[in-house]
Ligand binder design. Structure first.
Ligand code: ATR
Length: 280
């Protein structure tokens, strides 16, 4: 029987996950389909119970349901630590919750950088995305600095990591960028429709910096354009993270190796066609 997968969230109409996973199923000749379901925060428990009853094989979870989902699944350790679930597997009968956002970003970064250990990483943002990314980088032995508009949130996140400190986005940001090996934007700054916004400009960067933006709409964000202006060669865009988190979910559900190039190509093609895609 055809296996059914999907994504729950709100808004969900512009999600790129269906196109990405359906292309993977097709490439591997699997009898499976991936659909988008609009679910409000009040309905997330019913949706998960209903999905289990209907025999749905796996779900992704996106904004604004990632934290709430924790109460309705058996969450594995990493998802509990991050405090958010983006993947549910129904394979064992009970819904098991995972978080693949952090591992997705780590894989995207490692592809560009190689070894992460001892690298000085400056993360902009202290929300859910920053939390997932910083957890993995900290575990890999990176020296993490969290920079956030609301300093208290940055301090709170850093205090939950092994080897991290925190700053605000004011004057001290410039010297921290200069002293970093890797800069990651984990805020929504630069996302459609505010495509000309960036927290860091070319004159704050140095040519050996690696710059990674989790924003993928647009694919070429203002931050990445500034990085190129600063002569930076190692640039990682948000599509990589989207694809790698999706690939990690795919492995959990199917126990098969996903066709990553195919997934990346369909996402890039879809984004080039329509610049108003705004959720994962
Ligand atoms: P997510 O789960 O996607 O990370 P979030 O929890 O709402 O979303 O976090 C958004 C992050 O982007 C936060 O770090 C936020 O900073 P605050 O904690 O100060 O709110 C940051 N952010 C959003 N808009 C911003 C802006 N215009 N300037 C600076 N930081 C911004």
């Amino acid at each position: 029987m055809k296996k059914i997968y999907g994504i729950i969230g709100d808004p969900i109409a512009h999600s790129l996950s269906p196109v990405m996973h359906n292309a993977a199923f097709e490439k591997l000749g699997m009898d499976a389909v991936y659909l988008a379901f609009r679910v409000s925060p009040e309905e997330v428990g019913d949706a998960i119970r209903g999905a289990k009853s209907l025999g749905i094989a796996g779900l992704n979870v996106t904004i604004p349901l990632k934290e709430k989902t924790l109460s309705f699944v058996d969450a594995e350790e990493v998802a509990k630590k991050i405090g958010a679930v983006n993947t549910i597997d129904f394979g064992s009968g009970t819904p098991v919750g995972y978080n693949t956002d952090g591992i997705g970003s780590l894989m995207a970064l490692k592809e560009a950088v190689g070894e992460i250990k001892e690298k000085k990483v400056l993360i902009l943002g202290a929300g859910g995305a920053a939390k997932a990314i910083s957890f993995y980088l900290d575990a890999e032995g990176a020296r993490v600095t969290i920079a956030n508009r609301t300093k208290g949130r940055a301090a709170q996140l850093a205090s939950n990591l092994r080897n991290a400190n925190s700053i605000g986005l004011d004057a001290e940001l410039k010297e921290h960028v200069k002293a970093s090996d890797i800069l990651i934007n984990a805020t929504s700054v630069g996302m459609y429709p505010n495509e000309d916004a960036t927290l860091v400009r070319a004159n704050m960067m140095h040519p050996d910096l690696v710059v990674f933006d989790i924003v993928y709409n647009p694919m070429d964000t203002k931050l990445l354009r500034e990085a190129r202006r600063a002569g930076i060669k190692k640039i990682v865009d948000g599509v990589k993270m989207l694809v790698y988190q999706g690939a990690a979910s795919f492995r959990i559900w199917t126990k098969r190796e996903p066709p990553i190039e195919v997934m990346e190509k369909v996402v890039r093609d879809a984004l080039s066609r329509d610049s108003s895609k705004s959720t994962d």
